[in-house]
Design a protein around this ligand. Structure first.
Ligand code: PSV
Ligand code: MN
Ligand code: MN
Length: 386
């Protein structure tokens, strides 16, 4: 297996972006269970994110969602983040929470609604200029519920038109990440349902249009690591929205439902040369019943554990077994790495970096949870959809 020192050196470079919305209240369509002490403003979300980074050393940036994180002065918010030891990351657009979007946003049959959606996307690029963000994440809830409701190909044309306008507005160092999702909220067609559709739009746009893989956005049984391998091979894997799912888009803690899948994905990332800053490792999760900050810390640790196991894979031995057609031998190389307990190695890495080996216990001892419950009283609680 790969030497632990090499694994530790690689892990020390890994950055996992946390989403602002994971710090706030969220729920299902049945109920949002409000928690005490959750952030009331984008600044308070950043204060919580700073705790996650302080304790893990691996979560230096925070993704914003507009308008959930709307502020008057984005440059000032970026400075506030910097003073906390953070940076503002991906800007997530939101063209799904407005009555005008009942029939879609950029694919809507009415040009007025399409213009409104496009204006929002362009505004997000303005925000990126102010925050210094590299990536714009685009997820469209667009689709139809009934056969015949709208013209599938016309909707693709409208989508391409909007994407082109946004792409042309991007700065030289900025990228567009196009996210796909196979269904929900649309139930018959979704306009960007899969990686093939996202990839074909990105191909036409240019190299700064990249596909983002949200691990909760596939039909059950989909081989996500295969998609990862193909996108990397094509130079079009822009990043991940990590989360876990048992049924649909459950947005549970990454690595909680299927840590083996996460390992297989990271194995393809590493093998495909994707362990680079160009492939963004982001969380996209909602913590409905569990306390938010420790859940996010746990998620960061789960990504680190899967990565450590994937880094441990003896690629030389794997290649020898594969070339020899040694089916069982090749599989054993992978399973040996997966079955290694990497927690001591990660504890050691944290100690090397002056961190507590157990971030969750350190968080409990820190008193932050009690402090925010005492301090953050009153006001509107900012969360999913706030
Ligand atoms: C859609 O389900 C999604 O995964 C997109 O990334 C949204 O921006 C995000 O969820 C909001 O939580
Ligand atoms: Mn997502
Ligand atoms: Mn999702």
């Amino acid at each position: 297996m790969t030497a632990p020192s090499a694994v530790k050196a690689a892990l020390a470079t890994q950055a996992i972006e946390t989403p602002s919305w994971a710090y706030g209240n969220s729920g299902t369509r049945f109920k949002v269970f409000a928690q005490e002490g959750v952030p009331r403003t984008p600044r308070e979300k950043l204060e919580d994110a700073a705790r996650v980074h302080e304790l893990t050393g691996a979560a230096p940036s925070v993704a914003l969602h507009i308008p959930w994180d709307r502020v008057d002065d984005y440059a000032a918010l970026a400075t506030f983040a910097k003073d906390l030891g953070l940076r503002l990351g991906t800007i997530n657009s939101n063209v799904f929470q407005d009555d005008d979007y009942r029939l879609g946003s950029v694919c809507h049959p009415d040009p007025r609604v399409r213009r409104k959606a496009l204006d929002h996307l362009l505004e997000c690029v303005d925000i990126m200029d102010a925050t210094g963000s590299r990536d714009l994440k685009l997820w469209f809830a667009d689709g139809t519920n009934y056969p015949g409701q709208d013209d599938i190909r016309a909707r693709q044309d409208r989508l391409a038109e909007a994407l082109t306008a946004v792409y042309e507005r991007l700065g030289a160092d900025q990228r567009m990440l196009l996210e796909y999702k196979f269904f929900e909220p649309a139930f018959y067609t979704t306009d960007v349902p899969d990686w093939g559709t996202a990839f074909s739009h990105c191909l036409r746009l240019g190299e700064r249009a990249q596909v983002v893989v949200d691990t909760g956005h596939h039909a059950p049984g989909t081989n996500i690591e295969f998609i990862v391998a193909v996108l990397l091979r094509e130079g079009r894997l822009g990043g991940f929205d990590f989360n876990s799912r048992f049924y649909a888009d459950d947005d549970l803690m990454v690595g909680s439902a299927d840590p083996f899948q996460l390992f297989r994905i990271m194995h393809e990332v590493i093998g495909g040369g994707g362990f680079v800053p160009e492939v963004a490792f982001m969380l996209d999760q909602c913590h409905n019943i569990e306390p938010k900050i420790p859940a996010i810390i746990r998620s960061v640790m789960n990504v680190q554990e899967a990565t450590a196991k994937a880094l441990l894979v003896d690629r030389e031995a794997l290649s020898v077994a594969q070339r020899a057609g040694d089916v069982l031998g090749a599989n054993a190389v992978l399973m040996d790495a997966y079955n290694t307990d990497v927690r001591p190695l990660l504890a050691e890495l944290r100690e090397d970096r002056g961190l507590d080996p157990d971030p969750i216990a350190a968080y409990r001892r820190s008193g932050w949870a009690e402090r925010i419950v005492a301090d953050r009283r009153g006001g509107e609680q900012a969360g999913w959809g706030a």
